[in-house]
Ligand binder design. Structure first.
Ligand code: IVH
Length: 681
């Protein structure tokens, strides 16, 4: 019986060891955790209890005997003179009280002990070595014994002193400082917003963004390195002789020019420690850097030395974790939400789970690229995370727990609200519903139509618009022009007089200009400037609705993105119909003669410019060609007659060659200009 139980314990220890080592590698070497911190801690706890009860069954590669992971390839190794240890964890107040009792027993001290309470920063451990006051080597924790030399990357961060400040306190010849490098929440949000715009993969959390920033080897993102903050908390070499406490250590670090956590507090006795921890938990959301708990350290350095260290962690300190902001749950569905501006956003429906004090049942998957990259499927087990007040995120899919027969999510080609064909413009990450009458966007579009730059309808504010739509009086944009004073008079806060005024204002707004009408349609990328350019060029709406992308690109100031957006808008049958209705109900504008094409020796010829042309900038080259009657567009197509290719031409050259378009280099271009100019005179 007993041996059977021992065999079961051994099996469990073996499997926990293997699993924890696997997750250590994902977390420390690859910055790609697959399980939540909470789950990792639970497993580590279990292993700790088993090993404590049966030390003889502990394996030599037990994760309790070492921390982190060996250094990644591509970085020089740095051997830490003193190992960089981890911390033991207390999960709750009772365990914290037990820690205090254990320590006082070991020291034989009856009365209350003094502790230093510090925030536990959720970043990456770092060692900085200084020689003669100058930064010599910065290294990551690695496996605790050997780390990676990341000095070059650290030099981009101005919060790390290159030279220690000796004006307040002398600086010894050799100094080794330890601390945590982390990405402040504001920087994390800013970098992720930029990545979302650029269609790049989002950082799962500030810790991974920080650890990844340090490990950059090519195309160094300096902005990301600059955004990091290093907070110092220990001196491993060069400790001043008169330093007696951890409080002295923090003061010295600050004197030398390091940032230290302002929220650190001296706590007299364990009750004060518990109060400190609870206080930090309450103000957790107000911190500029994510903290995942507090670290409680015996304040007297002499007592620390007396207590000593275990192989993995010191006896004189303990980390008290906050409830996790990360949890594991399953995806029960994936829905597409349509935003006010028509953006189609995939949202994961989750089996509700408690994360950091709130129940999370939805997580945004941002856009098509993001959902494809993460490959989130219905039925998947995922790690969800809340960071600050940010909407919950799916950090990763636990692929090992994926059930059989799941299906890859297929991004819809239609708007789920109005069924119109969704559009994703070439250079954008967001897929949108282009239908101006889409119910999801109607209120927003009405507000835009009434705004000052568009039709400028006085008296048509948000509250009125909401009522008009909610009461079913307006179901599409053009319904606005059919509204009668009696209908308006029934609305909240609308008397007979103001109803009559609004009808009169609408009547006036109908008589507008082509540019204003175009703005009112809310076509993506068509603001005031662009609307004026196209109104001037086309003179009226018909020629614009028939224009091709190439036609539009010939217009000065209209690039491929705008051209694509406009043609997509008018290609949509519902939009064409709605524009016709708006006109039927009275939208009018003065028609102008379209801008005349210039006649010249290059009339009828279409050019595309690419790469750097020697001696002439592209806008000037374009002007010269146009003065000779040529049309210059931004994209190579079958209709292109010539591609003028300078240095580093990019993809346009390949496309031109594929289509058999004639390609001229800088000299060929000059010759052509000279020839045409002489023909012109
Ligand atoms: S002291 C030998 N103080 O948490 C003890 N560590 O989970 C060294 N950490 O490895 C650690 N904030 O990277 C200490 N105020 C703080 C900390 C802190 C974050 C990190 C550190 C450590 C890990 C343990």
């Amino acid at each position: 019986m007993a041996s059977q139980r021992a065999a079961a314990v051994r099996r469990r220890i073996d499997s926990l060891t293997a699993e924890l080592n696997h997750h250590n590698r994902l977390y420390y070497s690859l910055d790609q955790p697959e399980i939540s911190d909470a789950e990792y801690d639970r497993m580590l706890r279990e292993l700790q209890d088993l090993e404590r009860a049966a030390p003889e069954l502990a394996r030599p590669d037990s994760p309790l005997r070492h921390v982190g992971a060996p250094p990644a390839e591509g970085f020089a190794s740095v051997k830490h003179r003193v190992p960089m240890r981890s911390l033991d964890n207390a999960m709750n107040t009772e365990e914290l009280v037990a820690f205090d009792e254990r320590i006082r027993r070991a020291l034989g001290i009856e009365p209350a002990l003094t502790y230093m309470g510090e925030p536990k920063l959720d970043g990456a451990g770092l060692e900085l070595v200084y020689r003669s006051g100058e930064l010599a080597i910065g290294s990551t924790r690695g496996d605790g014994t050997t780390g990676e030399d990341v000095t070059a990357n650290l030099r981009h961060n101005h919060g790390i002193p290159f030279v220690l400040d000796a004006s307040r306190q002398p600086v010894p010849e050799g100094v080794s400082v330890r601390g945590e490098i982390a990405l402040p929440t504001a920087g994390f949000e800013r970098l992720n917003a930029r990545r979302l715009e650029q269609g790049l993969e989002l950082f799962a959390n500030p810790r991974n963004a920080a650890a990844g920033a340090l490990r950059q080897r090519h195309d160094i993102d300096r902005d990301r390195l600059r955004a990091l903050e290093f907070r110092a908390y220990a001196i491993d070499e060069g400790l001043p002789r008169d330093a007696e406490t951890q409080a002295d250590v923090l003061l010295t670090l600050s004197n030398w020019g390091f940032i230290t956590s302002e929220a650190s507090r001296v706590c007299e006795g364990i009750e004060a420690v518990v109060a400190y921890h609870e206080h930090m938990l309450a103000v957790r959301g107000e911190q500029t850097i994510e903290i995942d708990g507090t670290v409680i350290k015996v304040d007297q350095l002499a007592l620390q030395a007396e207590l000593g260290e275990l192989s993995r962690s010191p006896r004189w300190a303990i980390a008290v974790k906050f409830p996790p902001q990360q949890e594991t749950t399953t995806v029960t569905g994936i829905e597409i939400q349509v935003g006010r501006t028509g953006a189609l956003t995939p949202v994961a429906k989750l089996k509700p789970v408690h994360v950091g004090g709130v129940t999370v049942a939805n997580a945004s998957l941002h856009n098509q690229d993001e959902i494809e990259r993460k490959d989130v499927r219905v039925g998947d087990t995922v790690i969800v995370q809340r960071a600050g007040d940010v909407i919950p995120q799916i950090v990763t899919v636990v692929k090992s727990k994926r059930p059989k027969r799941t299906r890859k999510f297929k991004f819809p080609s239609k708007c789920p609200v109005c069924n119109d064909a969704a559009v994703r413009l070439e250079d954008e990450v967001v897929t949108r519903c282009p239908n101006i009458d889409c119910p999801a966007q109607l209120k927003n579009n009405l507000r835009h139509l009434a705004s000052r730059g568009a039709l400028d309808v006085e008296g048509l504010g948000e509250k009125i618009i909401d009522q008009l739509v909610d009461l079913g009086l307006v179901g599409r944009l053009s319904d606005l022009f059919r509204i009668e004073a009696e209908q308006l008079a029934g609305l909240d806060r609308m008397g007979e007089k103001s109803a009559a005024n609004l009808v009169a204002n609408l009547d006036q707004a109908r008589r507008t200009t082509l540019a204003r009408f175009l703005i009112a349609l809310g076509i993506r990328h068509v603001g005031e400037g662009v609307a004026k350019i196209i109104a001037r060029h086309f003179g009226d709406l018909e020629p614009l609705t028939c224009a091709t992308r190439e036609d539009l690109e010939t217009v000065e100031g209209i690039g491929p993105t705008i051209a694509e957006s406009i043609t997509c808008f008018f290609a949509d049958e519902r939009n064409r119909e709605e524009v016709a209705r708006l006109r039927e109900f009275g939208a009018t504008w003065p028609v102008n003669a379209p801008a005349k094409p210039i006649l010249g020796p290059l009339s009828g010829k279409t050019f595309v410019l690419t790469g750097t042309l020697e001696g002439i900038r592209r806008p000037l080259a374009k002007k010269q060609l146009e003065a000779l009657g040529a049309t210059v567009t931004g994209t190579v197509s079958k209709k292109t007659d010539y591609l003028i290719a300078g240095a580093e031409p990019g993809s346009k050259l390949a496309k031109a060659e594929k289509l058999g378009v004639e390609v001229l280099d800088g000299d060929g271009f000059s010759a052509l200009l000279a020839e045409s100019e002489s023909a012109d005179s």
